[in-house]
Structure formats: C-alpha cells, structure tokens
Design a binder for this molecule. Structure first.
Ligand code: NDP
Length: 450
C-alpha cells in the first residue's frame, strides 16, 4: 500500500518535488508495521488523506520599494490537515520558497504538532520574497501587501500562522498591524507577536531552548550524560541557532561553531553570542565574516569557498551536533565525519536538516538521532501557549512558560522513546516520532468521518 501511495504521488506531479517525497517516504516507511495492525486505516483511506493537503492557497503579492519601483512576489498558504485543531505553522520569506517546499514543511508540521499533544493542526506558508538587503520600510510594505492577500483565509479558530526563516517578531508585528487595520479585529490570528500586543514571553527563545531541553533529557535517559563541559557544534545563525547556543551555554556546554549561508565560524574558545547577535538580530543579516574580523583568532571559512565549505561545521569534533539552519544541510559525508570524530548525539533544530542517508548512518552507528519534528516542537508549543493566553486575555510570566516548555519537551522525548520501544525499534526516534504522531492524527481523522 505504501509503495502505491508513493508511486501515485510521484505520478501526480501536483507541486510534488523531491523534498516532499523525501518527507512522505520517511514517514510512510516508519508506519509500515502499524498500518496493517488496524483495518480502519485502510477503510478510511487515512494514509492517502494524510498525504494530500486540504487546500493550497496561492496569491500575488504586489509591493513598492523605496525607489517607487513595483515588485511582484508569490505568496502561499498550505492548509494541510486540521483534524487536531486549527491549522498552525510558520511563514517563511526566502527566495527558495515554492509551493512544493511549503508542502513538505506543512506535512512535517502535522506530525510535529501532533507530538506536542496540543490541539493544533498542520500548515505552512510564505513567499519567495528575499528580505536580505531590504530597508525596514520595504519589509513593512511587503508584509502589509502579503497580509492583504492572506487575511480572508486565517482566524484565531481557523489558521494561526507564526514565524520561520526570514519572519521574526518584526515581520509578525507588521502583519498583525495590517490584519487589524483591514478587519478592525484584535484577534490572536498570528503567534510570535511582539510582547507589547499579545505575544508570549519566551516565544523567540522557545524553539532553541526546547531543542536543548529535549537533548538534555535524551542524553540523561539514554546515556546518563549531561551537556556540562561538552563541546557542541551548531549550524545556522538565526533565531533557532542563537537560542540553541544560548541555552547550551547556560547549561555549561562549549559551543564552538555557527554558520550562515556564506560560511562558518569555528571559535575553539566558545562562540561569542553577543557578537553573533550584533550581526544577525533585529532584521540585520550581516555576514559572519565580520565575526572573525571583530574577534581575532577565530577561524572564518572565506566566502570565496562557500560552496565547498558550507559544511565546515560538521568537520569539527564534538560531543553533540545541532543542525539549526535549513533542510538537507547535513549530508552523508558530514555524517561520516561526525561519526569518525566520536559525536554521540545529533539533535535537529531545523526542519529535516539531515539527509536520509546520513540518518541511516547515525542509526547504524548508534549515534542518538532526534528528528526536528520532535526536538524543535518547542516553538509551535509556545505558539499554542500564546493562543491560550490570547483567548483568555491572560499573560503568563517567563518562568511559567519556561517550566511548561521544559515539561512538554520531556514529555515529547518520553512519548517518542516509549513508542519506539513498544514497536520494537528501541532508540529509533524517527520511527518513534512518526508512529506516535500518526496514531493521534489518524484517530481524530477516523472519528470525524470522511
Ligand atoms: P532564520 O531566518 O532566523 O535563520 C536561518 C539561518 O540559517 C540564517 O542565519 C541563515 O543564514 C542560515 N542558513 C540558511 N541557509 C544555510 C545554509 N545552507 N548553510 C548554513 N546556514 C544557512 O530562521 P530560523 O532560525 O527561524 O529557522 C531555522 C530552521 O529552523 C528552519 O529549518 C526552520 O524551518 C526551523 N524552525 C524554526 C522555528 C522557529 O520558531 N523559528 C520553529 C521550528 C523549526 P543567513 O543569515 O545568511 O540568511
């Protein structure tokens, strides 16, 4: 049955590229032992329904730059599955965005959201707009134009987008402002809002902190190890990477790398996070090359060798590795180097940053591997906390959100590890995550009827 579904998807050619097929294939392979165990899955066509989005919304985004030049970009929202709750998932602004990339991300989001145990469905959206080099006013005009097209499709009980690559609290603020202007409604229709108007404390930190809480629990339970004093490598220098580094440093780990799309920093004394923030936060997207200039003695991978050296992060010996940049950034060659250098755990902060061949190697070699849908679910979980606070007009303090986030990440680890054990694939957290997430969504889909 699974082979047939994959073959049909390949044939259908409906906005289906390799990344989407990669994500679907990984999930369906994990589900093989369970789909035969319950005849309802076939009768209700659960797998076929699960790999088909409820709807794909595409629109034109027309905006004006600072020189009064008009530009056109494509905008999208993929509402994939709302069996567990309102559609929920980030918006990505990056030139690589296409409907099929978003389809893969929205599909993954269904499983991630299910794993949190919270009432949220799966979606994703965004645009091929490139925020790099744009002025603050250009970003604002683009966000307003984007929301003018998106607003009829979202709502606090319908679909609640959040941030992702290229969309932080500044962009969410502009999007929310425009929604309010158009509709005159002060609804929690976006999460990741600035604190001043309904954002949750800790939303910016949530994904990165959650990744580290998950890693801490997994290392303690599986290896009776802690992160204190351990060398860790992190890729990326955006929201997820910065907060992963911050929490790792708070727990006493020594983080020696970070990277951006131009190259990597290796600083054996430990990354100076203040310096990275100066270059990358608040909408600034300056090159990490500046880090090496500001902090002599660190080694910079030069821009001219960017293609060859984009993977430099994975050459550095480490105890644990945290890919936090983008999809398929950690390949088989990188994985071989990590194994050779004695890495014991790989914890994904980004969505699907590790290729299937690399995952297979980690699992074969006994490296603990956590898929992003489990370890980076802290972001969407705190987004759901924000929805709860907006609905009840409450404001939770930082410690309350942090405590709930830590508890939730430990629960996700437990759910994934126990499921893997129950299905005879102990320590295979990919299968554990896919099966645990699937069971919850499938049950809801059966109960709601076809
Ligand atoms: P940001 O836009 O804040 O940061 C992305 C970072 O990755 C940037 O520093 C970017 O470099 C860098 N980057 C992009 N491509 C590459 C590459 N090929 N090699 C090395 N670095 C690269 O995005 P986020 O931190 O929000 O998102 C990162 C990942 O985490 C994505 O996969 C996203 O889907 C996932 N995620 C994010 C969540 C969130 O809450 N934000 C929640 C769950 C998952 P540059 O500065 O040059 O652009």
């Amino acid at each position: 049955m699974i082979k047939k579904i994959l073959a049909n998807l390949e044939k259908s050619n409906c906005l289906t590229d390799n990344t989407f097929l990669q994500a679907v294939s990984e999930v369906l392979t994990s589900l093989e032992p369970i789909v035969k165990s319950d005849s309802r899955y076939e009768r209700f066509a659960i797998l076929e329904r699960l790999v088909t989005p409820d709807r794909i919304i595409q629109f034109k985004v027309q905006w004006v730059d600072d020189n009064n030049q008009v530009h056109i970009n494509n905008g999208y929202r993929i509402q994939f599955n709302n069996s567990l709750g309102p559609y929920k998932g980030g918006l990505r602004f990056h030139p690589s965005v296409t409907a099929s990339v978003l389809k893969f991300l929205a599909f993954e989001q269904i499983f991630k959201n299910s794993l949190t145990g919270l009432p949220i469905g799966g979606a994703k959206g965004g645009s091929d707009f490139d925020p790099k080099g744009k002025s603050d006013f250009e970003i604002m005009r683009f966000c307003r134009a984007f929301m003018r097209e998106l607003y009829p499709y979202i709502g606090a009980r319908v679909d609640v987008p959040a941030g992702d690559i290229g969309v932080g609290s500044r962009e969410i603020g502009y999007l929310f402002g425009e929604y309010k202007r158009i509709t005159h409604q002060y609804d929690g229709i976006l999460s990741g809002k600035p604190y001043a108007f309904g954002g949750s404390l800790m939303r910016p930190q949530a994904t990165g902190y959650g990744v580290v809480y998950f890693a801490r629990e997994m290392l303690a339970q599986e290896l009776q190890e802690s992160l204190e004093g351990k060398i860790c490598t992190v890729s990326g220098a955006g929201n997820v990477a910065i907060h992963t580094i911050e929490k790792l440093q708070q727990l006493g780990a020594i983080v020696v790398t970070c990277s951006d799309s131009d190259g990597a920093i290796y600083d054996p004394r430990g990354i100076d996070l203040h310096q990275v923030r100066e270059l990358k936060e608040g909408g600034r997207r300056l090159s990490l090359a500046e880090y090496a200039r500001q902090i002599p003695g660190s080694i910079f991978t030069p821009k001219s060798e960017y293609l060859k050296e984009a993977h430099a992060v994975w050459q550095i010996p480490c105890f644990a590795a945290f890919p936090c940049a983008t999809q398929n950034e950690l390949t088989l060659t990188d994985a071989q180097k990590l194994v050779e250098n004695g890495c014991v755990a790989v914890v994904e902060g980004a969505n699907m940053p590790t290729t299937p061949e690399a995952i297979e190697l980690f699992q074969r070699e006994g490296v603990l591997f956590s898929p992003g849908k489990a370890s980076n679910a802290g972001g969407v979980a705190v987004s759901e906390f924000e929805m709860s606070q907006n609905a009840s007009m409450e404001k939770w303090d930082f410690d309350k959100v942090d405590r709930k986030l830590n508890e939730l990440m430990c629960q996700i680890y437990k759910r994934v590890a126990l499921t893997a054990k129950e299905y005879g694939v102990e320590r295979n957290f990919v299968d554990g995550a896919n099966i645990a997430a699937f069971k919850r969504v499938a049950e809801a889909m059966i109960l709601e009827g076809a």
